[in-house]
Design a protein around this ligand. Structure first.
Ligand SMILES: [Zn+2]
Length: 243
């Protein structure tokens, strides 16, 4: 007979990688242990990450009531106002990667909103690619929202997915499986495969970079980043280019 699916409160559960089997993980609830088997090790990591994100979100919701009475009220109000503005920005109503509605996870260093499933893969790529935080966490500082406020899903994807249709690639959708998402997100963010190269060489990239800084053009900055410019490097011969 079909039994109804078990419902668990993640707040009282622990998720752990099974030390004996790399492709499996355990979910410990107060009265029993659920053993999960993934197809692949990578998929297993993603599931763990998604469950941990969900737990974090649930934990935060649980504490929310108390935080509102704190003395940082003004900063929190400001943060909330920026968050709701960010959510209303064009394209931010759907996940930047799979277009799932109402994404609540922010990549603070890329300035885009993503859904919980895709956020697991962003986490897996590492913070040097994407720094994931929940929009529902009040610990978000206004500095964390700076890129979100100035970039957004539309502007970002106009650069990072510029060549998508020319390459005949279809984006994942909200019901895509983890592997499909992972392949796409890896190609988009680490290989930067769907970017249209606009600079002929390193020299012209450097020129565009300097112009972007001078004119405070964030999207132009993302374009040179997407074309492989390391934004953490100091600019050589800066005096020659920045006048
Ligand atoms: Zn997504």
């Amino acid at each position: 007979a079909n039994r109804p699916p078990a419902k668990l409160n993640l707040l009282t559960c622990q998720v752990k990688l099974n030390p004996d089997e790399k492709k499996s993980f355990d979910l410990f609830s107060h009265d029993r242990t659920y053993h999960f088997q993934a197809e692949e090790e990578a998929e297993c990591q993603i599931w763990i990450s998604v469950l941990q994100n969900s737990k974090e979100e649930a934990l935060n919701d649980a504490f929310k009531g108390d935080q509102d009475r704190g003395e940082n009220n003004i900063v929190q109000e400001l943060t909330k106002a920026i968050v709701s503005e960010v959510k209303r920005m064009s394209g931010n109503d759907v996940c930047c990667d799979c277009e799932a509605p109402k994404p609540t996870w922010l990549s603070t260093n890329l300035g885009v909103l993503i859904c919980i499933e895709c956020s697991g893969i962003h986490r897996e790529m590492g913070v040097h690619y994407s720094r994931i935080q929940s929009l529902t966490l009040d610990v978000l500082g206004t500095a964390d929202l700076l890129l979100a406020k100035n970039v957004g899903n539309v502007g970002f994807n106009e650069i990072m997915e510029a060549d998508l249709s020319a390459q005949g690639v279809t984006k994942p959708n909200p019901s895509s499986d983890m592997q499909t998402r992972k392949d796409y997100i890896t190609a988009k963010y680490t290989e930067k495969k769907f970017v249209q190269r606009k600079c002929a060489d390193a020299e012209s990239r450097l020129h565009v970079l300097c112009e972007a800084v001078k004119t405070q053009n964030i999207l132009s900055l993302i374009q040179v980043y997407a074309e492989g410019e390391d934004l953490m490097e100091t600019i050589p011969l800066a005096n020659e280019h920045v006048r």
